[in-house]
Design a protein around this ligand. Structure first.
Ligand code: FMN
Length: 439
């Protein structure tokens, strides 16, 4: 019997003009209208997915590169995903929803209060995807912290948020109709927190949760990021090669990080980011792979446009046939990010921009491990194999929260996964944490 796995959906470009420039934009959905997301999230729940995560960035980035981000709506505008979540909870009953929250942006008391409210409103289905990006600090009048310091601040922030959530002791909520007593103030602990980054008083004026705290999701993969995950996260989003050995190695790293913080492997569900390209037939697989070896200029341009927004550097205006000079990136992006986004090629500095784009555009077959193009059965086999051979907890698909995208991915994959016994067909009633611990 195959191992059941958990599946989630990463709404990858956040609450913005998703689909801009693509034909399906002509379906006449307004991206500012919650109904497009409500329709999609219902489908995700029906498909048996445990979790929706909504990407976010607080800012249009550095002043010099704003046009790059907005020109094709690649990196903005974005509305606040936290405020979209109640609309999504309203039309669903089981799926968990975790908007991205930058720990530097919300004072802890406000965060604890708003998140507690959403946890109660949703029947224990709320979570936060905690990120530590510091580039938006200037909008908040804050200093830009270094990488690890931003994680330190996020840990202190989360500690205080949790302390606020738990400031009502067991028995504080009485609700005795006979005596007329609602709560026992002597069991509500005030406290004073004075830390490196925050100073505030408790307690919180929210009642305790029925099924535990909102879940914590984390995406950071650095040493400090994994230590944060080990100490705090219910779900780690993993970006890694997807062969059996790499998946096992990543899982080991997260489990070691958890053990160092006194937690157990089963306390963290590790979901690997997965973007398969599902096509109709074996012939189509080979055709798509072959075509990708000789990308058209349009494809090259699209690759460079996407990279330009992520790298905050306009690559589309550079000579395609000259080596890429890393100096074009200025101070905006770290060398590690450049290397990562350009495919991690050794010596990429000596390759022409065209060569880098061609390499980035190259696709491979999922059934021989050279890429992610496959038929439904090949993709389902791949998922099943990682569950059985690498004890994988599950995957997070990534795409727009648009019915066209959701159906394109899931219509045929869901039945194939259910047939293999890899995907749940029902949920319990204990909220998202209970769902994650079902298997
Ligand atoms: C799957 C995934 C999703 C992410 N989502 C966001 C996001 O929505 N907003 C954001 O600011 N950063 C996001 N990040 C970036 C991380 O928060 C983090 O800044 C980055 O991984 C660097 O952290 P690290 O140095 O610990 O790896 C994401 C990263 C990954 C891998």
């Amino acid at each position: 019997m195959a191992q059941l796995q958990h599946f989630g959906w990463f709404f990858g470009r956040g609450f913005g003009p998703q689909g801009w420039g693509r034909p399906d934009y002509e379906w006449n959905y307004r991206w500012q209208d919650p109904r497009i997301y409500q329709q999609s999230v219902r489908e995700l729940e029906q498909a048996g997915l445990d979790l929706l995560i909504i990407e976010d960035a607080l800012s249009l980035g550095s002043p010099e590169t704003i046009d790059l981000r907005v020109r094709e709506a690649y990196g903005g505008p974005k509305l606040d995903p936290l405020l979209l979540t109640p609309y999504l909870f309203d039309v669903t009953s089981h799926i968990g929803i975790a908007p991205t929250i930058n720990a530097g942006a919300y004072p802890p008391y406000l965060a604890a209060r708003q998140f507690a409210t959403l946890q109660h409103l949703s029947g224990d289905r709320f979570g936060i995807n905690v990120v530590t990006d510091v580039k938006s600090a200037r909008h908040f009048g804050l200093d830009e912290l270094a990488h690890d310091a931003a994680y330190d601040r996020a840990e202190e922030w989360l500690d205080v948020v949790r302390r606020l959530w738990h400031s009502w002791d067991e028995g504080a909520l009485v609700e005795n109709r006979a005596t007329g007593q609602y709560a026992d103030g002597s069991r509500i602990g005030g406290f004073h927190h004075e830390g490196e980054y925050f100073t505030l008083d408790g307690p919180l004026n929210a009642v305790p949760f029925d099924n535990g705290d909102p879940i914590i999701v984390s995406p950071g993969g650095s040493g400090r990021g994994l230590s944060f995950a080990g100490g705090n996260s219910d779900v780690q989003l993993a970006l890694s090669p997807l062969d059996v050995e790499s998946v096992k190695a990543y899982r080991r790293k997260v489990h070691e990080a958890a053990a160092l913080r006194g937690r157990r492997p089963q306390d963290i569900t590790i979901l690997f980011v997965f973007k398969p390209e599902i096509v109709a037939s074996e012939e189509e697989v080979q055709r798509v792979v072959n075509a990708s070896l000789h990308p058209t200029d349009d494809v090259i341009r699209a690759v460079l446009a996407g990279q330009s927004s992520d790298l905050e550097t306009d690559l589309t205006v550079l000579d395609l046939d000259r080596p890429l000079d890393p100096a074009v990136f200025g101070q905006h992006v770290s060398q590690g990010t450049i290397r990562g986004l350009l495919g991690g090629a050794d010596g990429f500095e000596s390759q022409t921009l065209r060569e880098l784009a061609v390499r980035k555009a190259r696709k491979g077959r999922i059934d021989d491990g050279s890429g992610f193009v496959g038929t439904v059965d090949q993709v389902a086999d791949f998922i099943e194999r990682l569950g059985d051979e690498a004890q994988n907890d599950g995957f997070i698909f990534s795409g727009d929260l648009h019915p066209v995208t959701v159906h394109g991915y899931l219509d045929h994959l869901v039945p194939a996964l259910r047939k293999r016994g890899v995907l749940r067909s029902e949920f319990g009633n204990g909220g998202v944490r209970a769902n994650l611990r079902d298997f």
